[in-house]
Design a protein around this ligand. Structure first.
Ligand code: G4P
Length: 534
């Protein structure tokens, strides 16, 4: 991290999204390397033997090769402050990813050159479209044999309806990556390999004429591709990009650090600056207004050296200064911000000042939950981040009844963090709450953390429900009396009716048409967009 990136320079806040294994960790490292946050690739959260450097807050992360924790990396590039907010790699944590995407102004979507669009890529693309987030596409692993570039573009257009507008065009086929044609200048950008991609790959720019002399038919082929795209109208259109109708495309090899500098340039040039956000009452909190921020992630025990609880908030407006007293909009209670951190992997740096677009980690921020607002000066409350419809349900019980106090504390904490949803009913009592999840791996995380962090191992017994619907208070008694249906209450005040399958749900809907059984935001996203302002 640079020494003082906290001034009022323009911000660019984005997340990288991809199907697992497309190269997100590798690209994150490459970006950090380019921005000189770290001196050698692998120091952030690499894999294999580099894994010793990984944030070690949970052994599970290491064993499973997944990144559960969400962190933000801040660096400086070309007069801008860039915030890269990390997203979890595994599909089971799509709800976390959704929360992170509520905190960024653009997304970089990584596509594996050989695999093209994969299920998680498609899903994440839909999230971005839903949130109105502009997407920059990076076709990665071009150093390896892959598909025809025009084919990949076709797939993006056909399957997700975004028109690709390449900014660069590869020179050499996938697997034989020399460099790219910069479609805006017509120049050749030649890349030079460095040992293991562990340092920045030097770039040389040359004119089209020199490139032709150097490369002959390989260059001519790239020019042909570039001209074809131009004739087809696939050139960058800024308004269409911001409106989410087109996606600029870059070709890269994150592993070799090829194309990474171009990505940084593109982010700085094209990604939108923070624009404020709409409050619950529909008014716009502009970036120049008094300080405000919303919490998109709460997490505890990220690092064994710091067993504390962090609330990650994205600054929406005003200037945050460490030590200032802010108000928690949901409780109207003030709290001091003596401990504000920037967290990435294992690193923690004190944040003295933060501006709109920045992410601050507030230590031990009491009762702050995901979706909450904090502010100073003129009051504001942003709409919460909706919880997804859970699809997996299990009862949780402390295996050692003598540890009930720890059990209760742990369940409460996991609920506040949104690791799982906690559902309760009078019938089941406090000793056996129901845990609900979008993906089953959330249960594994919950169980591992209950044992490791709270010393309260739990037993999880799956329940045979697959579907949840929200029910009104007035209908509760009638729904609860239906056979095969259970009513439980979520801590955000929503009452849920659980159904074993869609046939049972369908039957209830037909036989009791007066009941209002409302679908919850699904993991493939029908949730109402809440922010940003765009
Ligand atoms: P993820 O975070 O999206 O899950 O992907 P990650 O960066 O871990 O990359 C997945 C695999 O793809 C890794 O190989 C990584 O080295 C490789 N990879 C990433 N980018 C590129 C690229 O541009 N070119 C090539 N050729 N490979 C790339 P691995 O064998 O699983 O791990 P490792 O032992 O090599 O680290």
């Amino acid at each position: 991290m640079s020494d003082s990136p906290h001034d009022a320079r323009p911000r660019r806040t984005f997340a990288v999204i991809s199907h697992p294994d497309a190269g997100k960790s590798t690209l994150t490292e490459a970006l950090a390397l380019h921005a000189q946050v770290i001196s050698e690739a692998g120091a952030v959260h690499g894999k294999g033997d580099r894994r010793a450097t990984v944030s070690d807050w949970m052994d599970m992360e290491r064993e499973r090769g997944i990144s559960v924790s969400s962190t933000a990396l801040q660096f400086e590039h070309d007069g801008h402050v860039v915030n890269l907010v990390d997203t979890p790699g595994h599909a089971d944590f799509s709800e976390d990813t959704y929360r992170v995407l509520s905190a960024v102004d653009a997304a970089v979507m990584l596509v594996d050159a050989a695999r093209g669009l994969e299920p998680q890529t498609l899903k994440l693309f839909r999230v971005c479209a839903h949130r109105g987030l502009p997407v920059i596409t990076v076709i990665n692993k071009w150093d390896r044999p892959g598909r025809d570039p025009l084919d990949l573009l076709d797939e993006i257009e056909q399957r997700i309806g975004l028109r690709p507008t390449p900014l660069t065009w590869p020179v050499g086929q996938a697997g034989d990556f020399h460099g790219v044609l910069d479609r805006r200048t017509g120049e050749y950008v030649a890349y030079t390999r460095t040992a293991g991609g562990a340092t920045r790959a030097p770039e040389t720019r040359m004119s089209a004429g020199s490139a032709h002399d150097l490369l002959g038919p390989t260059w001519d082929e790239a020019v042909e591709g570039h001209e074809l795209l131009g004739a087809d109208g696939a050139d960058h259109d800024h308004a269409a990009f911001l409106a989410g109708r087109t996606t600029p495309v870059l070709f890269a090899s994150a592993l070799l650090n090829f194309g990474v500098a171009e990505l940084l340039r593109t982010l700085v040039e094209l990604a939108p600056a923070p624009e404020g956000a709409h409050a619950e009452d529909g008014t716009l909190r502009a970036p120049t207004d008094d300080f405000s921020a919303f919490v998109f992630k709460v997490q505890a025990g990220m690092d064994r050296a710091h067993r504390d609880r962090l609330a990650f908030a994205r600054v929406v407006s005003g200037v945050f200064r460490r030590g200032m007293v802010v108000t928690h909009a949901q409780t109207d209670r003030p709290f001091a911000t003596k401990y504000a951190h920037a967290v990435f992997g294992r690193r923690r740096d004190a944040v003295e000042v933060a501006h709109p677009g920045d992410v601050i980690g507030l230590v031990n921020a009491g009762s702050v939950r995901v979706g909450d607002t904090i502010y100073a000066g003129r009051p504001v409350r942003f709409p919460g981040i909706p919880s997804f419809a859970p699809e997996h349900f299990a009862t949780a019980r402390a295996t050692d009844s003598g540890r009930y106090k720890q059990f209760r504390r742990g369940i409460e904490q996991l609920d506040q963090e949104g690791v799982v949803q906690v559902l309760r009913s009078e019938l089941r009592g406090e000793h056996e709450p129901v845990l609900a999840a979008v993906g089953p791996m959330q249960f594994e995380v919950a169980a591992a953390r209950m044992e490791a962090e709270f010393g309260a191992p739990i037993r999880l017994d799956p329940l045979g429900y697959q579907l949840a619907r929200a029910v009104d208070e007035a209908d509760l008694a009638e729904v609860a009396a239906l056979s095969g249906v259970e009513v439980l209450h979520r801590s955000d005040g929503v009452h849920l009716a659980l159904f074993p399958d869609r046939w049972r749900l369908g039957a209830v809907e037909r036989m009791h048409p007066h009941l209002d059984l409302r679908p919850l935001p699904a993991s493939d996203l029908d949730a109402e967009p809440t922010r940003p302002a765009r």
